[in-house]
Ligand binder design. Structure first.
Ligand code: AHR
Length: 308
């Protein structure tokens, strides 16, 4: 459905280009760094002025930056919400100021969807399903008990909620699969390592599989498993999401078993949406990126051309 929000009408000149305020969630992961660079570089390419702010994974900071953008009368506000809820008030302020809001990579849950104009990013539920489908296919014996440790991303964030939901949806029909521990991290390598050390202390070698909500947490879990004296990828299988170069390398060395892609290179699509909107075109509410999956075999080929 197209969003009926009023369009900003002003004349664009070289001296007054399109101006975007970009409230990035943080710099928590390799994926996030690639996303930030993609947005900054795409803006440069299109001669679009971009004010970049890093909210350090804090919602109050993101809200503060959005308010600053409203005050400085930007043409667009772009942000990757740290959590799904709690945005109604500030997005209403943006709407009342006539500033369209584009969600670049995470969705929000608000009482009125006309508070945002478009979402550009992934289908996180499907990513979780892809992770679980691989596991079910890989185990290929429904009588074997499968003990899973889940390392979740930031509590109440769109990717953490979606990836959990999609994964559980698929393993629900496997009676021998059990999530023995599911813990909340923050998408950083440090949190993945810390949580995995806790899981190992509680369940030791009973753990068969680690499902990490992103690569950085999986890489932290690999360090924890090695520190504990087990072999990641062999004694314990690891699945993660993102497909950064670091994860593809870990697939190549056999320490990771499967990675679901989440594409961070959203800058060009974002700038296209901004320009289309300024030209009076209607934007689709959701622009979902197409993504793949990587096994230990297919990762090697991809590494040669991987940008992030
Ligand atoms: O919102 C996308 C997620 O956020 C990525 O999977 C993760 O690496 C990042 O921090």
């Amino acid at each position: 459905a197209a969003n009926p929000e009023p369009k900003p009408v002003r004349e664009l000149t070289e001296a007054s280009p399109i101006k975007i305020g970009f409230a990035q969630v943080g710099l928590e992961s390799g994926w996030r760094l690639a996303h930030t660079n993609s947005v900054i570089n795409a803006a440069k390419e299109e001669n679009i002025e971009l004010i970049y702010e890093n909210a350090l994974q804090k919602q109050d900071k993101q809200i503060e930056f959005i308010r600053q953008f409203i005050a400085s009368k930007v043409d667009f506000i772009v942000f990757s919400p740290v959590v799904k809820t709690g945005w109604d008030e500030v997005l209403l302020e943006a709407k009342q100021a006539g500033i369209p809001v584009i969600l670049s990579d995470r969705e929000v849950k608000v009482s009125d969807d006309s508070l945002w104009t478009a979402y550009i990013g992934s289908d996180f539920v499907e990513e979780g399903r892809r992770a679980a489908r691989w596991l079910v296919h890989e185990i290929d014996d429904s009588s074997v008990p499968v003990n899973i440790v889940e390392l979740q991303g930031t509590k109440d964030s769109d990717p953490a909620v979606g990836r959990k939901q999609g994964f559980e949806e698929i393993i629900r029909s496997e009676p021998n699969y059990r999530i023995v521990q599911s813990m909340q991290g923050d998408f950083t390598l440090q949190s993945g390592k810390k949580l995995m050390l806790e899981a190992l202390a509680a369940h030791g070698s009973d753990i068969d599989v680690v499902y990490a909500h992103n690569d950085d947490m999986a890489l932290g879990a690999i360090e924890a498993i090695e520190q504990y004296g087990l072999r990641p990828g062999r004694d314990i299988k690891l699945i993660s999401i993102d497909a950064t170069r670091a994860a593809l390398k870990a697939l190549g060395t056999g320490k990771l078993n499967f990675v679901v892609e989440c594409n961070p290179l959203l800058g060009p699509q974002l700038m296209k949406a901004v320009k289309d909107y300024m030209a009076g075109k209607e934007l689709p509410m959701k622009i979902i990126t197409s993504e793949g999956v990587f096994t230990q075999e297919t990762a090697k080929r991809e590494l040669a051309t991987r940008e992030y």
